[in-house]
Structure formats: C-alpha cells, structure tokens
Design a protein around this ligand. Structure first.
Ligand code: NDP
Length: 292
C-alpha cells in the first residue's frame, strides 16, 4: 500500500506557483489576486478563509478578506461581488459557503463573473465541465484528479465508484472522471443514500472516491484487493485520549481498508491540502487567461 500524500503534493504545487509568481515580480508585472468574502461568524468558515488567505500570501499572491456581518442583505452582497467583478487587481472571487439563510446561495454564485469563478461553482463552469470544455473545475474534484495524476494512477477504462452526489464533490468528480481525457476516461458509477446496499457498488470499484460525510463508513469488507481509495470525508469524532477531546477521521475506516488498497489518501493530509492548492492554481489560471 502506498499513501497518496496530498500534503506533499500540495506543497509541491504551491512551490511551483510561487516560482511562477516570483518570475512575474522580477519582471515588475502584476500578480494574481484572490478576494475572499466572508459573511457572518461561522467559526469553521473563519478558519477556512484564514487558511486560504494565508496560502495565497505564502506564494506571493495578492489577497484580501472582506468580512461582513450576518445581517448583510443579498442585494448588498451582490453589489460587493459586482465591484470585484470589475476590479483588475483580483482575478478570483471566493464567497465562503454556507451563507446566512436569508441569502440565496445560487443567486450569489451566479453573480460571480465566470472569468473569476475560481471555486468552479458557477453554472457556466459546471456546464462546461459536463460538456468537456476547458473551465474552472471546483477545487476538491480538481485536487483529486491532480493527486491521481501525480501518482501516475491509470484511470483509463477503470471503474470509478463515487459515493456521494453533492454539487461540490460527488457530481463534479464523477463528471471529471468521465471525460475523454488523460487521468480520466473512466467508467463511472455514482451512488448515494437511496442505494439499498452500497457495498454492492463499492466492491466493484477499481478507484473508490468517498464523499459521504459519515465517519469511517467504508469498511474493509466493502472494497476489493488492490483498490485505489480517495477519502474526501472530514469528520470529527470524540476521542478522550486527545487533548482536544476529538480527532478527525475520513469516510473510510483507514486501517481496515488500507490493508487491501494499493493506494489510499490519509485523513488528514490527503484531499484537504489539495483543495487549497487547486484554489491557488485556479486563481493563477484566471490571471493567465484574463488578467495578465
Ligand atoms: P454532502 O452532505 O453535501 O453530501 C453527502 C453525500 O453522501 C450525499 O450525496 C448523500 O446522499 C451521500 N450519503 C450520505 N449518507 C450516505 C449513506 N449512508 N450511504 C450512501 N450515501 C450517503 O457532503 P459533501 O459532498 O459536501 O462532503 C462530503 C464529505 O467531504 C464531508 O465529510 C465533508 O466535510 C468533506 N469535504 C471535504 C473537502 C476537502 O477538501 N477534503 C471538501 C468538501 C467536503 P443523498 O444525496 O442521497 O443525501
């Protein structure tokens, strides 16, 4: 069994981007910029935004965090996004989800210019992904594919089984792996909570992608020997032996499944770091395509 070390690969990607940005700076050119918009006081969102912004700073990208109270109206948020849609210094706009209940997330996502949609959530980006056109692919699916690529995992004709059909992970990774491209071109099955026996599908997987949000749900007897496992899940479970009182586990029972897997992502240190690296990479791409 070999680990798919997302932490290591993400750090390589960040280094590569930093080198490119250093070149831009040495030529006195502008640099890529990302604005992150945070509405409300959700503690997890605050942590996510801070770590994304720190990652930008570390590679020399311009970054700004715009924080607003949860009383901000939908109309006000749209006008803030509009301002950044025409601001040449910011090539990527990220609106941290979830938003307060009175704000319609779909409306907000649609108000971001597709040219600055570095999260890849805009319907135009999603549509382009489905029809196989070059686009911004949302960061977690893009990170999974990049990880497979950097470990030279053969995906062509392989049976990829995705558990989960969310708009941010399950559906886009299924579409990505279906494309007639390198590190895709797979036979894809997507399953979800309506499946009466999920193991019927998971046992057939050459590559299993678990994006469920259920701690250690995929057990050793649910996979075949040699499977490649990508565990997207981030779940907190109680752990009295830890000083924090909890620990983070994935959707896959790591010890049991890794005994059968050829490759597997750890949690933490697998898909999570790749997601942030892809946000940086998408922002660099937005700069190259529309902002240089
Ligand atoms: P969602 O809750 O939006 O979707 C979960 C999916 O899993 C749904 O499609 C649901 O089915 C399916 N599901 C839930 N329970 C079962 C079950 N018992 N059997 C079969 N299918 C089931 O989650 P996300 O996609 O947003 O996230 C999934 C996990 O990945 C979470 O732990 C999240 O924290 C993590 N995550 C990690 C990221 C990273 O960077 N590493 C980024 C994003 C998410 P149905 O549609 O029928 O309800």
């Amino acid at each position: 069994m070999q680990l798919l070390d997302g932490k290591k690969i993400a750090s390589e990607i960040r280094k590569e981007l930093k080198e490119k940005i250093d070149v831009l700076k040495s030529q006195s050119k502008s640099v890529p910029g990302l604005v992150a918009i945070l509405v409300g006081e959700n503690p997890a969102s605050q942590i996510y935004v801070a770590s994304k912004s720190k990652a930008c700073e570390e590679i020399g990208m311009k970054t700004k965090v715009e924080k607003f109270p949860s009383t901000l109206s939908e109309k006000e948020l749209i006008s803030i996004i509009d301002k950044y849609n025409s601001d040449n210094e910011y090539h990527g706009i990220l609106v941290q989800l979830p938003l307060p209940k009175h704000i319609n997330e779909n409306k907000i996502i649609e108000s971001i210019s597709p040219k600055k949609d570095v999260d890849g959530f805009h319907p135009m980006s999603v549509g382009n992904l489905v029809i196989g056109k070059e686009t911004f692919v949302s960061c977690t699916p893009a990170g999974i594919q990049e990880l497979l690529k950097r470990y030279y995992i053969n995906t062509r004709g392989k049976h990829v089984v995705v558990v989960g059909r969310s708009n941010i992970v399950g559906k886009p990774i299924a579409n990505l792996m279906l494309q007639k491209n390198d590190y895709a071109n797979s036979i894809v099955t997507v399953c979800h909570s309506a499946a009466s026996d999920i193991s019927y599908y998971t046992r057939q997987a050459d590559i299993l992608i678990a994006a469920i949000g259920q701690p250690e749900m995929i057990k050793g007897d649910m996979v075949k020997e040699g499977v490649v496992v990508v565990d997207v899940g981030i779940n907190r479970i109680e752990d009295k032996t830890s000083s924090k009182g909890y620990r983070i586990v994935g959707d896959v029972a790591f010890d049991e499944v890794s005994a059968k897997a050829s490759f597997i992502t750890p949690v933490p240190g697998g898909v999570g770091p790749m997601t942030i690296a892809m946000l940086l990479s998408n922002t660099f791409k937005a700069y190259k395509l529309y902002g240089e």
